[in-house]
Design a protein around this ligand. Structure first.
Ligand code: SAH
Ligand code: SF4
Length: 376
């Protein structure tokens, strides 16, 4: 009882602090019971105050699972021979984009395996221009196709993409090399440089990490939060690590935290990032839903404000399996929309249709720099 009393005073003090340090974050990541509830109530209030209760959609098109990399955790890694590889046709991508436009989604996200070639660059460039054309310039576009050269980032920005999601996966170089091969195509420094290059090209920059990785400690996660704060990101997409049978990390599955604990840690990471970075956009990642059917809605309540409804044509969804138990692989885009709207409503939020829902943090950052590239 006495211990609990000390704990409660401790959390009240921590939540009043201007700056949270690594030890504070580790403490909060380990909170349970009433302390954990206080943490979530605090982050929810900050969310409401700084970004409101609107949730913005990014219609997610997983356009290809062909990837040149071999990340140890990912189900579509190059060396996984059990994956049926696909690459949507331009027409299929544009049809999905039209769906997003006609249904008022406001934005879409193009995500896929990582390839670097002039052919790939030009293809994406043309698709970006076509998407802008078919939506009369109104659809916002997020890209998530991994590491590219500064020149390629610039070309895609000029063609119409204005947000980019490149997860650092782990900000600890040591842990990074436990989950990636240590070779020329998986260089931690290049991933990090990518974030700087994206910022320089003018993007709203998003990053994030996987939570509950083998070897990962609470200190690593606290450092990830501080990394995002220090880098001054505009958006974040982070979620639980979920093991996949056809990957090298599967061998370590017995060392992982139980799924519920990975989910709980993910919620705490979202809550703490909202406290550290009040006005950024935070995605309620799909992987949350793979553990708990209401995982994304719970994330919305405590800090997230972005959802990425899957608008990939249904027939391909089963092949974009980054991890096991990926939800909604047997649905079509319309089913997703109806299901999500109801869920978001239950979570006490509203969908912000027909608007980009840009990162307020980015707008503030641009104002401080005295420039803006936001046409809305
Ligand atoms: N190829 C691009 C984008 C597609 S992968 C890239 O790597 O940036 C998108 C994200 O899926 C990755 O950043 C990674 O964080 C996540 N991911 C991959 N495998 C996962 C797994 N087993 N569990 C949870 N998330 C995973
Ligand atoms: Fe490829 Fe991205 Fe998967 Fe790594 S995480 S194997 S880069 S799709």
């Amino acid at each position: 009882m006495l211990f609990k009393g000390i704990g409660m005073a401790e959390i009240d003090n921590l939540l009043k602090k201007e700056e949270l340090n690594r030890d504070d974050l580790v403490y909060l990541l380990s909170s349970t019971g009433a302390e954990r509830q206080k943490l979530f109530a605090h982050s929810a209030a900050i969310k409401e105050r700084y970004v409101g209760n609107k949730v913005y959609f990014r219609g997610l098109i997983e356009f290809s699972n062909i990837c040149s990399k071999n990340c140890y955790y990912c189900g579509i890694r190059r060396e996984n021979k059990n994956t049926h590889r696909y690459n949507l046709s331009d027409e299929e991508i544009l049809t999905a984009a039209r769906f997003a436009y006609q249904n008022g989604y406001g934005s879409l996200a193009l995500q896929g395996g990582e390839l670097e070639s002039e052919f790939f660059t030009t293809r994406i460039e043309n698709l970006l221009k076509e998407i802008k054309k078919l939506s009369k310039g109104t659809l916002g576009i997020t890209l998530s196709v991994g590491e590219q050269s500064p020149e390629v980032y610039r070309r895609w920005f000029l063609a119409g993409a204005h947000r980019y999601l490149l997860r650092i996966e782990s900000s600890s170089r040591e842990l990074y090399y436990k989950i990636h091969p240590e070779d020329d195509i998986h260089r931690f420094e290049r991933r990090l440089q990518g974030l700087y290059d994206l910022k320089a090209a003018g993007y709203q920059v998003g990053t994030g990490v996987m939570i509950g990785l083998p070897f990962q400690t609470l200190t690593d996660l606290a450092d990830d939060l501080l990394f995002m704060k220090n880098f001054d990101i505009d958006m974040c997409g982070m979620g639980p690590y979920i093991e996949h049978a056809d990957t090298p990390l599967w061998e370590l599955r017995d060392q992982l935290l139980p799924l519920e604990q990975r989910l709980d840690l993910s919620f705490k990471m979202i809550a703490l990032l909202r406290i550290l970075m009040k006005d950024i956009n935070i995605v309620a990642a799909t992987a949350l839903q793979a553990i708990d059917p209401a995982g994304r809605e719970k994330a919305l309540k405590i800090g997230s404000n972005i959802i990425m409804p899957n608008i990939t044509p249904g027939t391909y969804r089963n092949d974009y399996k980054l991890y096991e138990n990926k939800p909604c692989t047997d649905e079509e885009a319309t089913d997703c929309k109806n299901c999500l709207e109801a869920r978001i409503h239950i979570a006490g939020s509203k969908v912000g249709y027909n608007t980009w829902g840009d990162s307020i943090h980015f707008k503030n950052r641009m104002q401080q720099d005295g420039s803006s590239n936001d046409p809305q």
